[in-house]
Design a protein around this ligand. Structure first.
Ligand code: ZN
Ligand code: ZN
Ligand code: ZN
Length: 774
């Protein structure tokens, strides 16, 4: 007889782990106990014949629950103490597993629960809060660790006898499922008018479904926040929702019950199907089926639609009452503000947007937006890594032995807390350009620090941009913790996030194309089309796009025709560029010819910044082809250009890809020439779709050739691609083909967002590398 003491860390709490351990111990007739530890690890003590203990250890690894992940599994052997049976013990907050243990993410309703949910006569028939140890909310209801009911918002709902008997029965699927509840003891749904008057009905979900079917717009509180639900097939309803949300163009996500419904209006590849049906249930950007069954106003001008499958009982039951292939399910907030999570606030925040509110009385502790993923060139690239993903960490190849907090940039911000060699990006925060999102970022970082047991911080990382609000937060934190403030150049952070995701080491250097809208450059100019040779410890900028004038600064981002005029001017001259826009693109200027003349004067005086942004080049092309003349949401012109290009033939015309060498020693791609030649082709009758495709081809080729030349000169064997432009399917595919065609390895994002949602990871890794080398 022996005794084995096993400490596990990783994802081992909140996923039915202890019942699993119980089952495999009892199966072999072993005695002992299993319990949760304070840092989300688990301790197992088993006694029995050595042979059986070894088999137990094998089961522990081979048969672990699907969501469990071991970071560490430590076994200490001792003499037995004569334990009689196997028990699941109370959690011990004071004990630690050591290593890293992660609170589990929110998990979509499992198939067994779904079956019960729709079985008449079952005691949880149509009960919207149905869960078991394999599914249900986790991160969104956690207040503290270890993960036990008393430290979640389920503490407000004492279990009834029946639920308790399931909870304490080690052979039950709901054994120690912390959010377990039922009609008798659990949370309830309530329906209100937006004025706060309760609509008294037997079944608020059924009534809400009826209202949605009648064309009303209804706020629906779910797992991580309040959504706005509305009919997806009715143009009038969608138009009204857009008017109320003041969102003329930005695509709206929809939700369906199952894959079959999705396939009626969208094309789903194998990879997309896996994403849609995974326990994470992100929104996946799918290609629209033609003719498109839903309203065109859902994603105007785009060839894609954002789709997610129902992921909680609330959604499943609501959708079961609706005879619709999909309903709009977009986050409920004022533009730019975080999604509403508490009932009181929902009435205020959603006034003027929804007619009714379908709420429930379970508190959402941690707000969590839906995640968004786009499959690019056959691989998933997360746009938003949030619900279903957080708080899963990234493991770095090096251990800084310190704690770093990173605050992101400005758009699509996530923060991050890095502990030793684990980096934990926060849920999606939003654009941190106002107090509400600033506070959200700050409180989210506090929550992460608390859940990770962080009390001291050694460094705080932020963007180089002097005016970002996130920088203010970084300063505050660095003062509070007396921690070093590490400023990180935006595109270096992009490159480092890619390197971190791929587990590259401190010695590695990577040639990295970083292409996006804008990031503050070392020279104070707006960068956004760079080829860097990057390591965690630094970078050199060896390639870039042409420096194009940006008269009026950010106005060029808002009004792409202005950018077009600016981009043409180096090749055509200011006067000719002026004539072109006056004859062809006047409607792209809010104040007409007067504004064109003003821009011309600014160009002549050269009193403006210069940008190497890829986004602005794509914007200019979008304006040229009449695809988009005003940007109403981030990336709109480039996304619409991509939609047009997807119907075009990139080889039908050839645009010049000229690489030049600048005074600064940098290689650069003449994008002004590409756009000017594209304009000639377009004016001579080339199809809009073909020109769009040819512009993307030229940009892709230019980047790939620059990267290859630099890789060769530097003797490097890998080329990476990061930044928001990496969401462009065609550009990514072409860069990969050209890079791989030369026998080099291509690195891309599949776990961290290539856009600015990945910046915090890169910032944290760079700051950690700095500390590690001290
Ligand atoms: Zn379940
Ligand atoms: Zn109950
Ligand atoms: Zn960026």
């Amino acid at each position: 007889m022996r005794r084995a003491i096993i400490k596990c860390s990783g994802v081992v709490q909140g996923i039915g782990f202890r019942p699993f351990v119980y089952r495999i111990a009892v199966k072999r007739g072993l005695s002992g106990y299993v319990k949760n530890l304070g840092d989300a690890g688990v301790e197992i003590v088993v006694e029995g014949p050595e042979e059986d203990l070894k088999l137990f250890l094998k089961d522990l690894v081979d048969e672990k629950p699907p969501l469990a992940e071991y970071e560490k599994l430590e076994v200490v052997w001792e003499e037995p103490r004569g334990l009689k049976e196997f028990k699941i013990e109370e959690s011990d907050k004071s004990l630690k597993a050591g290593g890293f243990s992660n609170p589990p993410p929110d998990i979509a309703t499992c198939n067994e629960c779904l079956r019960e949910l729709f079985t008449p006569g079952h005691r949880r028939y149509l009960y919207p809060f149905i869960v078991c140890s394999h599914c249900g909310p986790r991160f969104t209801i956690i207040m503290d660790l270890p993960y036990d009911r008393v430290r979640t918002s389920m503490v407000d709902f004492p279990m009834c006898e029946e639920c308790a008997s399931e909870y304490y029965d080690p052979l039950n699927r709901r054994h120690h499922a912390e959010p377990v509840c039922c009609w008798k003891c659990g949370p309830k749904m309530m329906l209100y008018t937006i004025d706060g008057e309760e609509v008294k009905v037997d079944d608020p979900l059924k009534e809400a479904a009826k209202l949605i079917e009648e064309g009303f717009i209804v706020g629906v509180k779910g797992i991580g926040g309040v959504h706005v639900a509305a009919l997806a097939r009715d143009d009038e309803v969608v138009a009204e929702l857009r008017r109320r949300k003041r969102r003329p163009q930005r695509p709206l996500a929809v939700m369906s019950r199952g894959l079959e419904q999705v396939k009626s209006y969208a094309v789903v590849s194998k990879v997309e199907e896996e994403l849609l049906t995974s326990f994470r249930r992100p929104i996946v950007l799918l290609r629209k089926k033609e003719p498109f069954e839903l309203s065109e106003l859902i994603a105007p001008g785009l060839d894609t639609v954002g789709v997610m499958l129902a992921y909680s009982g609330i959604h499943h039951v609501l959708l079961s009452y609706l005879g619709e292939p999909a309903v709009i399910m977009t986050s409920g907030n004022e533009p730019g503000e975080p999604m509403a999570i508490d009932n009181e606030a929902a009435f205020k925040q959603l006034r003027g947007i929804v007619d009714y509110l379908l709420l429930h009385n379970r508190r959402i502790i941690n707000r969590c937006d839906d995640s968004v993923v786009k499959v690019v060139d056959g691989m998933p690239n997360p746009i938003r890594r949030s619900r279903g993903y957080v708080m899963e960490p990234f493991k770095l190849s090096f251990n800084s032995k310190r704690v770093v907090v990173a605050v992101g940039a400005e758009e699509n911000v996530t923060g991050a807390v890095l502990k030793e060699d684990h980096c934990y990006p926060t849920q999606y925060i939003g654009d941190v350009d106002r107090l509400e999102t600033y506070d959200y970022l700050s409180s989210s970082l506090e929550t992460y620090m608390r859940l990770l047991g962080v009390k001291e911080v050694d460094a705080v990382a932020c963007d180089l941009h002097p005016h970002f609000l996130t920088r203010r937060l970084a300063k505050e934190l660095s003062e509070r913790f007396n921690a070093e403030l590490v400023e990180v150049q935006h595109h270096h952070a992009h490159a480092a996030s890619l390197m971190a995701e791929h587990g590259l080491s401190l010695e590695n250097e990577l040639v990295c194309i970083t292409a996006d809208g804008v990031g503050y450059g070392l020279d104070g100019e707006p960068w956004g089309g760079e080829v860097l040779v990057s390591s965690f410890n630094g970078f050199r900028r060896l390639g870039r796009l042409a420096k194009l004038p940006m008269p009026g600064g950010d106005l060029c981002a808002r009004y792409p025709a202005r950018m077009l005029m600016a981009a043409l001017s180096p090749t055509l001259g200011v006067e000719e560029a002026r004539r072109v826009v006056l004859t062809m693109y006047l409607e792209g200027f809010k104040h007409g010819a007067v504004e064109v003349d003003l821009v011309a004067r600014q160009l002549e005086r050269a009193s403006h910044p210069y940008t190497t942004s890829t986004g602005r080049v794509l914007d200019a092309a979008a304006a040229m082809l009449g695809v988009c003349l005003e940007r109403t949401y981030e990336g709109e012109p480039a996304i619409k250009l991509e939609a047009a290009a997807s119907r075009g033939d990139p080889s039908s015309l050839k645009l010049p890809v000229e690489l030049k060498r600048g005074d600064d020693g940098c290689l650069w791609l003449d994008t002004s020439l590409i756009l000017t030649e594209a304009l000639h082709a377009y004016r001579s009758g080339a199809r809009r779709e073909d020109v769009a495709a040819a512009v993307q081809e030229a940009i892709a080729k230019g980047f790939a050739l620059m990267a290859l030349e630099i890789a060769e000169a530097e003797g490097l064997k890998g080329v990476g691609f990061s930044g928001g432009v990496a969401y462009n399917h065609y550009i990514t595919k072409r860069v990969r083909e050209i890079v791989e065609g030369r026998g080099l390895r291509f690195y891309r994002h599949v776990k961290a967002p290539s856009g600015d949602g990945g910046i915090s990871l890169g910032q944290a890794a760079i700051a950690a590398a700095k500390l590690a080398s001290k």
